[in-house]
Design a protein around this ligand. Structure first.
Ligand SMILES: [Zn+2]
Ligand SMILES: [Zn+2]
Length: 120
C-alpha cells in the first residue's frame, strides 16, 4: 500500500501544539494537530480520501470516524480502506501515535467539495 512520509513538528506560532503532516500524492499538504501533553487527537481527511489521525489512540479514533461515516452511507465509492499505524517522536522526544487509512480507490483531487447524489 501507499507509504506516507510524515513530519512531526511544532508549528512556530503555536508552541503548545504538535503537528503531523505529509505531502499527499494528490498535491495537498494535510495536517493534524493536537495539544501537547493531552490525549487530544487531531485529524485531516484529504480530498483524495486519505485520512490521517495523530495523537493518543489515533488508530481507535480513525476507525470509529470511518465506521461512523460508513454508517451514514458515505465513502462507498472508495471501496474500503487499507490501514497503517506508526509511532514517531515529537521534537520534544514524546511518542506520537499516527494512524492513517488509504482508500482502495482514490478520489480525484478535482472532485473535492462536489456533493454527489446519495445512493440508497
Ligand atoms: Zn488534494
Ligand atoms: Zn490527498
Amino acid at each position: 500500500m501507499l507509504e506516507l512520509k510524515f513530519v512531526v513538528r511544532t508549528p512556530s506560532n503555536k508552541p503548545d501544539l504538535t503537528e503531523v503532516r505529509y505531502d499527499c500524492p494528490c498535491g495537498c499538504k494535510p495536517r493534524a494537530r493536537f495539544k501537547k501533553g493531552t490525549n487530544e487527537v487531531g485529524h485531516e481527511h484529504c480530498c483524495c480520501g486519505i485520512v490521517h489521525f495523530a495523537g493518543d489512540s489515533a488508530e481507535t479514533h480513525l476507525k470509529s470516524y470511518l465506521d461512523e461515516r460508513s454508517a451514514q452511507g458515505m465513502d462507498k465509492e472508495v471501496e474500503g480502506y487499507q490501514f497503517k499505524t506508526l509511532d514517531m517522536d515529537s521534537p520534544e522526544g514524546a511518542k506520537v501515535a499516527i494512524a492513517y487509512a488509504v482508500p482502495n480507490i482514490s478520489k480525484k483531487h478535482e472532485e473535492a467539495g462536489h456533493v454527489h447524489s446519495q445512493g440508497a
